[in-house]
Write a protein that binds this ligand. Structure first.
Ligand code: CP
Length: 325
């Protein structure tokens, strides 16, 4: 077990070893137990986390803020539009200055081609950890919570099949960060990963290469499919959500035209029944209800979305306690 994570940035789980991620899982489970028992766990007393948002959030904001308070510290909610960023604060200035005020800097910036670069540049200038609250490429804290949920629900994940599928949504063009992060992490835990999407919704080539390499190293399977129902059949975990066709087009009208061709990619009960009897349904939320997933599935007995959302709190507290203490 590798326990020394102090000072580390969490931008992608790819930069953490299996031993280090095992430590995060172990601490997350311990913190969950302590909260259930009402045991104090103020590991970050007097520490302050900056939470810099360029994009809206419900779960991420709530869980980071509550998590810092439960760890004995404080989280400062900062929206980019109410800062001087658009009047010229550079990433170097943000890293240097916030690194002197705060004990950690968390950032959500999902703009295609900008979000990850912004986080990397702030991290390069910061003396304190930068925690990725989602960029256009990665959503590491979501995926750590997802791994915790899978271990809780399924036990040893080795040999289990997870279907990471595209699904239709009409609300807005969502980042690729969740599927990218899922295909990078889950086969490091011995899971067989099925990535399912229509041809226009490809994920970046470098992410695919890393996912294949992870699968090879960990003796798991990584399969790419374009048949929604075949992808769900006999799986252990249905994780189906929408993402945008950014690698095909950045034009909003063309995006809509392409996306609307696949409006039947909804997880309904008939499709959920194609998975194993004890398969679980996962979604990071928010979901487009009755468009992306039917109410009967997301509210049904196989859905674990509320436990999944809860685990954001515990997994993030583990990362904060380990990196910011
Ligand atoms: N899953 C997730 O990141 O939710 P929010 O966008 O509400 O933070």
């Amino acid at each position: 077990m590798q326990t020394y994570l102090r000072g580390r940035d969490m931008i992608t789980t790819q930069e953490f070893t299996r031993d280090e991620i095992d430590t995060i899982m172990d601490v997350a489970m311990d913190l969950k137990r302590k909260r259930a028992l009402g045991l104090p766990h103020a590991y970050l007393r007097d520490k302050v986390l900056a939470m810099l948002f360029f994009f809206s959030s419900t779960r991420t904001r709530g869980s980071f803020e509550a998590g810092m308070a439960q760890l004995g510290g404080h989280a400062a909610f900062i929206e980019s539009r109410t800062t001087q960023i658009k009047h010229g604060d550079t990433t170097t200035e943000m890293g240097e200055i916030f690194g002197r005020y705060f004990d950690g800097i968390s950032i959500r910036e999902v703009t295609w081609g900008q979000g990850n670069r912004y986080q990397r540049e702030v991290a390069a200038a910061s003396r304190v950890p930068v925690l990725n609250m989602q960029c256009e490429i990665y959503h590491p804290h979501q995926i750590l919570a997802d791994l915790q949920t899978i271990i809780e629900k399924k036990g040893d994940p080795r040999g289990k099949t997870i279907t990471v599928s595209w699904a239709y949504a009409s609300s807005y063009s969502k980042p690729q960060s969740v599927p990218n992060s899922l295909i990078l992490l889950m086969n490091r835990y011995g899971m067989n990963v099925r990535l399912v999407h229509p041809p226009e919704f490809k994920l970046p080539a470098d992410i695919m290469d890393q996912a294949r390499e992870n699968a090879r190293k960990h003796h798991s399977n990584f399969e790419v499919m374009d048949d929604f129902e075949a992808g769900i059949t006999d799986t252990d975990i249905v994780y189906a959500k929408s993402w945008g066709p950014m690698l095909t087009t950045l034009d909003p009208e063309e995006d809509k035209r392409i996306t609307n061709q696949y409006s039947d990619w909804i997880v309904d009960q008939r499709r959920m029944d194609m998975a194993k009897d004890d398969a679980i349904y996962m979604h990071p939320l928010p979901a487009d209800r009755n468009i992306e997933v039917a109410d009967e599935v997301i509210d049904g007995p196989n859905s674990v979305v509320f436990d999944q959302a809860e685990n954001r709190l515990h997994a993030q507290k583990a990362v904060m306690a380990l990196t910011m203490s």
